[in-house]
Ligand binder design. Structure first.
Ligand code: F6R
Length: 608
């Protein structure tokens, strides 16, 4: 994970780097550091802990200079400590490097360099890079970096500065994200766009092994052979405000409230009444679709939970068999894939290492791949055959909310698109679902009005150590997402269970006062769900249920209930997940947790 940023221009680099790092802290926050060239001397300041610690250090001992690199770390190799923080430098402190990724052959490289007399100070894999660049430096920094990376296996986005060429910054990526920003007489590198949006909206989206060489006079791009390459500038359409809190206490709360808009934007131009569903970037033909006999949906975490909903809806609406898999499992289990297989990868960031690797495996075996992602130009979007963007806007909070609901919308759109082609639904049925989908933004606004009930529930129950989420069918899929949300930001242990399965073991954990969140939106399964609720009630559980408006009879069985506006049953997850997100949020706030930056987590998991 980790976030990197770099600056070459006329301004003081330090505040630009700190601002950039503040926008990348979602990628990791175990330690932070900068290296700036001040009067031809490399000055490095770095320390364990949040960015605020680094800021305080820099306030005490400012560094002046207009060329620099910065890093925010999510530890992989070596515990979070001052010593393991980036940037890492060579022995005579003439070359400094920030790195996001993992150098897989670092042990061999370390031994090789040690034999040549190089000394290491940290436990990190990264430290081999400045030494390698030092070893290959013969008067040209980009040449040295090109040679250094030819020795490295693994994933990396790196930024390198050196006092040998004090006005220069060299950067390159492989399997870790990196962009370069083009401002007025100033240039940037960063792991993600929000880091530089205050300064420019013109960026290069770099491909693997493309090098950026920046000086005050300009920016050039090189291939791994060192030849100059040309690339189109990508103009970012959203502005810096989209990556600010906008008056909300936390990004997560802001992003929960942005869901009506995000849902609407994701449907725009794709879903309209009386018109066939159009998918801008999907070129799959009717014949290709006819040929498909199996779909794999592959993703991680919250995106995987969206995939579980995807399986239900694609099987139900388009009658194609779907398997859902966790990317880190899929990639190593030798799944049965051929040219009749369609793979759908879901990834908010589009950079998750396991998801990307699973995509590549499937492509190698002949599958056609559709990527559902939120980040234009991300690795999965570039490597998949087709892309369906979720137009959620930047998601900064580590806990995913609006990305999930827009991923659900993407699943419905794909399912309806297939159903339309395969004629598994009549045009009237498709119109009914579309009509219901178009009401979702407004209905989500309605659900958001229940905030206070959830806030109260959280204030009464936040001290519990365990909670359970129950549901059947699509409600079970949403229960999994609710449970993950609660765990990750409030650190309350929770489990999601298929309600009918609970009695096969887990019900032993239910005792007097255990909090159970029960979802009961699926009409056909409603009575069965009520019976399952009774089973936990009899054993002392304190049950909060979510059901559709009109199903108020559930109040007879549960301790408290919250109702969501009536929609098509398949669409219920979009509305029922919102109170679960709010519940987790308020639980975490009550417990005093750092909602946007939960411990041990990072938003973009670009390592295995
Ligand atoms: C949880 C969360 C993670 C991500 C997962 C995949 O709130 O955000 O579980 O969903 O790391 O990330 P993407 O979607 O970027 O591939």
């Amino acid at each position: 994970m980790c976030g990197i940023v770099g600056y070459v221009g006329k301004k003081e680099a330090s505040p630009v780097l700190i601002h950039g790092l503040s926008r990348l802290e979602y990628r990791g926050y175990d330690s932070a550091g900068v290296a700036i060239i001040e009067d031809n001397i490399l000055k490095v300041t770095k320390c364990k802990g949040r960015l605020a610690n680094l800021e305080a250090k820099l306030e005490q001992n400012p560094i002046h200079g207009s060329v620099g690199i910065g890093h925010t770390r999510w530890a992989t190799h070596g515990e979070p400590s001052d010593l393991n923080s980036h940037p890492h430098s060579n022995e005579d402190e003439t070359i400094s490097v920030v790195h996001n990724g993992i150098i897989e052959n670092y042990i061999q490289l370390r031994e090789w360099l040690t034999a040549k007399g190089y000394k290491f100070n940290s436990e990190t894999d990264t430290e081999v890079i400045p030494h390698l660049v030092d070893y290959y430096y013969k008067g040209n920094l980009e040449e040295a970096v090109i040679k250094a990376i030819s020795k490295m296996d693994g994933s990396y986005a790196i930024g390198v500065v050196s006092t040998h060429e004090p006005g220069k910054l060299v950067a390159v990526r492989k399997d870790s994200p990196l962009i370069a920003g083009i401002g007025e007489g100033e240039f940037f590198i960063a792991s993600d766009i929000p880091a530089i949006l205050n300064y420019t909206r013109d960026v290069y989206l770099l491909n693997d092994k493309e090098f950026v060489v920046i000086t005050k006079d300009g920016i050039k791009l090189l291939s791994e052979e060192g030849d100059e390459i040309k690339k189109d500038i990508f103009h970012v359409t959203w502005n810096a405000d989209a990556a600010e809190k906008g008056g909300y206490e936390h990004f997560m709360l802001k992003e929960i409230h942005e869901q009506p808009k995000a849902i609407r934007d994701t449907m725009t131009s794709r879903i309209a009444l009386g018109k066939p569903i159009t998918l801008d970037k999907i070129t799959l033909t009717k014949d290709q679709l006819e040929n498909i006999n199996k779909i794999y949906i592959v993703a991680c975490g919250t995106a995987y939970h969206a995939g579980i909903v995807g399986k239900y809806v694609i099987e139900k609406l388009a009658r194609i068999p779907v398997e859902v898999d966790i990317a880190s499992e899929f990639r190593y289990r030798n799944p049965i894939i051929d040219n009749k297989t369609l793979m759908i990868v879901i990834s908010q960031s589009g950079e998750t290492a396991d998801t990307l690797a699973a995509l590549r495996e499937a492509k190698k075996s002949g599958a056609r791949v559709i990527a559902v992602t939120n980040v234009v130009g991300s690795s999965v979007s570039r490597e998949a055959h087709d892309v369906l963007y979720t137009w959620a806007g930047p998601e900064i909070a580590v806990a995913s909310t609006k990305a999930y609901t827009t991923q659900l919308i993407a699943m419905y759109i794909i399912a309806l698109y297939f159903a339309q082609y395969k004629e598994t639904l009549s045009s009237e049925q498709i119109e009914e679902i579309k009509e219901a989908m178009l009401k979702l933004p407004e209905q989500t606004e309605e659900v958001l009005k229940h905030k206070e009930v959830l806030q109260k529930f959280a204030s009464k129950n936040y001290m519990h150590r365990d909670m359970f989420f129950l549901g059947r069918g699509l409600d079970y899929a949403v229960a999994m997402e609710g449970s993950l949300k609660l765990k990750e930001i409030s650190y309350i242990h929770s489990e999601a269970y298929a309600a009918g399965e609970l009695k096969h073991g887990t019900i032993a954990l239910i005792e007097n006062g255990t909090v159970v969140i029960a979802l009961a939106t699926q009409e056909e399964l409603f009575e069965k769900m009520v019976s399952n609720i009774k089973e936990v009630k009899t054993r002392g559980a304190n049950v909060l249920a979510f059901a559709f408006e009109g199903n108020e009879t559930i109040e007879k069985t549960v301790d408290s209930a919250l109702y969501i506006p009536k929609t098509e049953e398949v669409l219920a997850p979009v509305l029922s997940v919102v109170p679960l997100q709010l519940l987790s949020y308020y639980m975490a706030v009550q417990k005093g947790c750092d909602v946007d930056k939960p411990r041990n987590l990072a938003k973009s998991v670009t390592v295995e």
